[in-house]
Design a protein around this ligand. Structure first.
Ligand code: RIB
Ligand code: CA
Length: 322
């Protein structure tokens, strides 16, 4: 039985691959995509979600824009990694993508999707948690229709935007606190796990070898992402963070999990936005999340490459492809 999913994202290079993975794999029923400000403004992340769906031939999945700023404070932007468009690297052209933007806002689309689906739905946020937190506050009567929340964010160790805080959580710590305190089952894939899945030259070569327009676009995305991570962090290969979420839904054996109490630092002068993960149970706080730890890296990349292959084959109009 396919897992019904709503992706809430800020495309974003790694968000883009998560959309491809969710759309391609039969174990996932991608019901809707909502967007949030994060890597770029919500206008740009929404356009990027539409662009990804258009180039990958993903049809019939409504895309709605969400919050443009966090619950408190000013928005951060991840331009240093994702570029001015939020999805720099490939040229998508100036025109509007063939995939429309839903006229509802993100919260309305989430509400309508939960009400319409016969079973509880899994929320998969891979950007700041503003939309999800706002929805939980606005619709307590619908939380039972949320099966679980499987998110990319935080870390059991150091951050990537401050020494203590990971970008998605730091963008909106109050929203993250609401999500981790919601009582809904939360599975967190933080930097400690996502930095195990580096898009190495071998991975890029496997995708390039698929030889389709979509695979070539994915190579351009990864090439840009690689350059950005090398320049900003001195890494030789970029971690492809977000698709660990959907990979987990497809095959839970891809990432080991431990249960732990996760709290979000809201007040720390130097640590605001940190996820404090009590792996050793020293605080006595009850565990409120499953936390991703060890990744089966080859299995992860096999899922990514297969998703690009499947969608690339469907959309390849090259005469020799027929
Ligand atoms: O810190 C990594 C996270 O921040 C990823 O989700 C990336 O897309 C950015 O949103
Ligand atoms: Ca993201």
């Amino acid at each position: 039985m396919a897992v019904p999913v709503i992706l809430d994202c800020d495309p974003g290079h790694d968000d883009a691959f998560n959309i491809l993975l969710a759309a391609a794999h039969p174990a996932v029923d991608l019901l809707a995509i909502t967007t949030v400000a994060g890597n770029q403004t919500v206008e740009k992340t929404t356009l990027n979600a539409r662009r990804v769906c258009a180039v990958a031939g993903i049809e019939g999945v409504p895309i709605a824009a969400g919050r443009s700023r966090p619950l408190h404070g000013a928005p951060l932007v991840g331009e240093n990694i994702h570029g001015g468009s939020g999805l720099d690297g490939p040229g998508f052209g100036e025109g509007e993508p063939d995939v429309p933007q839903d006229q509802r806002d993100a919260l309305t689309l989430i509400r309508d999707t939960l009400l319409a689906h016969p079973a509880p739905v899994t929320l998969v946020p891979t950007g700041p948690l503003t939309n999800v937190a706002t929805f939980l506050l606005a619709h307590p009567e619908l939380t039972h229709r949320i099966e679980r929340i499987v998110l990319m964010g935080g870390s059991t160790g150091r951050g990537n935007t401050t020494p203590a805080a990971e970008f998605n959580i730091l963008c909106d710590p109050e929203a993250a606190d609401i999500v981790f305190s919601s009582g809904r089952p939360v599975t967190m894939f933080g930097l400690n796990a996502t930095h195990q899945v580096r898009a190495t030259p071998d991975v890029v070569s496997r995708i390039a070898a698929l030889g389709t327009p979509l695979s070539r676009l994915c190579v351009r995305l990864l090439t840009y992402f690689t350059t950005a991570y090398r320049e900003v962090y001195g890494l030789d290969a970029p971690p492809l963070h977000d698709p660990l979420t959907v990979a987990h839904l497809i095959d839970p054996s891809v990432v080991s999990l431990v249960r732990a109490a996760v709290t979000v630092e809201l007040a720390g002068t130097y640590t605001r936005g940190a996820t404090v993960v009590d792996l050793d149970g020293v605080t006595g706080r009850p565990a409120n999340a499953e936390v991703g730890m060890e990744v089966d890296v080859p299995a992860f990349w096999d899922l990514i490459v297969e998703a690009v292959r499947v969608l690339g084959a469907r959309t390849d109009r090259t005469p020799s492809a027929s």
